[in-house]
Design a protein around this ligand. Structure first.
Ligand code: TXA
Ligand code: MG
Length: 315
């Protein structure tokens, strides 16, 4: 077992066909047995060995692999039910990070790799955050610097006729629809009012959450006007140039990005949440972000999960 960098977040990796390794991964994460792991492979040929590849999957792999798109497909026998939490499907993706890929070539077996955090904590995007997460129990880490994307892969269910996104991520529904030439269901189509989604067992609403309670405002303007922000609270604004707009409320203001880029917000999102959490304020205030880019929906999905509530409507 080792911690390896991917282009999305760090993964706690081990040979996915080795039962005792798989059990160790579950144990170290404190992950409930009903939440399955993602298998990582070099490409579609290796994916064939562990799953039944559908025409949709091979089309999408041509366009997006290696990259942050995970397919859920019918599993082959070689995949232990411990990995899939008893399901007949397996999640798999081909990571783009060169260090992860060289490990896959070396080992020549699929690697199970959930995000390298304890269950319900924020995914790590740097080696130091992984160390922080596991402390003395930490397996060896291959340090690849900060992860380029910073948000977990899009999880796409291809195990039935209709393609369905189970977890929003860096590859958007629109990009997938262009390749498949048909509509893709998204969690907002399937999510229930209580926010408890669909078929992805790990997709509980309360996830990716810091220890400190998070209050999510519907936009920066309503955060600025909110009476709920106290001097002791921490505010994280989307962009650095917006910091002065909240400084009359609290001096503890961070920003997700020093440039006007939602991709940069995604990259820094989890680190900034960790940083704010460490400041140990009564509350962390965030606001939903605007933007056209596909990554925007994934960022807002994680912000909602971090706050595990709907955006505040107070003005
Ligand atoms: O970007 C990523 O996907 C990262 C890096 C390390 O590759 N990995 C990651 O793994 O986020 P993890 O285990 O933290 O999240 C996997 C998600 C969970 O929500 C899990 O429930 C879902 O994928 N999943 C796994 N197998 C599934 C299956 N057979 N059917 C439906 N959902 C599945
Ligand atoms: Mg995770």
């Amino acid at each position: 077992m080792a911690v390896l960098p991917t282009e999305t977040v760090y993964g706690l990796a081990g040979v996915g066909t080795n039962l005792s390794v798989v059990r160790k991964i579950f144990e170290l994460k404190g992950r409930p047995a009903h939440n399955p792991l993602i298998m990582h492979v070099l490409g579609i040929r290796e994916a064939q060995h562990i799953s039944h590849i559908t025409p949709f999957a091979s089309k999408l792999a041509d366009s997006f692999w290696p990259g942050p798109l995970t397919f859920v497909l019918p599993k082959r026998e070689i995949v232990p039910y411990e990995v899939t939490a008893g399901l007949d499907t397996v999640a798999l993706r081909s990571p783009a990070h060169p260090l992860f890929r060289s490990m896959l070539m070396e080992v020549n077996k699929p690697l199970a790799a959930p995000s390298a955090n304890r269950t319900n904590q924020i995914s790590p995007t740097t080696a130091i955050e992984v160390l922080d997460e596991f402390g003395e129990d930490c397996p060896p880490i291959l340090d690849g610097g900060i992860c380029d994307i910073g948000l977990e892969s899009t999880v796409l269910d291809l195990s039935s006729k209709k393609a369905r996104i189970l977890r929003l991520g860096p590859i958007s529904a629109k990009e997938i629809e262009i390749v498949l030439k048909q509509k893709v269901e998204t969690p907002s189509d399937t999510i229930k009012p209580d926010g408890n989604a669909n078929k992805s067992p790990g997709n509980a609403t309360k996830h990716y959450a810091p220890q400190t309670p998070v209050l999510l405002h519907k936009n920066l303007q309503s955060l600025i006007q909110s009476k709920e922000v106290s001097k002791r609270d921490v505010v994280i604004v989307p962009f650095e140039n917006e910091i002065p707009s909240v400084e009359q409320k609290t001096k503890q203001v961070l920003s997700f990005s020093s440039t006007i880029s939602n991709l940069e917000i995604a990259k820094n999102l989890y680190s900034k949440l960790r940083q704010a959490d460490k400041m140990n304020p009564p509350f962390i205030h965030l606001s939903l972000i605007d933007g056209e880019e596909g990554i925007t929906d994934a960022i807002n999905d994680r912000l909602i999960r971090a706050s595990s509530q709907n955006p505040l409507t107070s003005q």
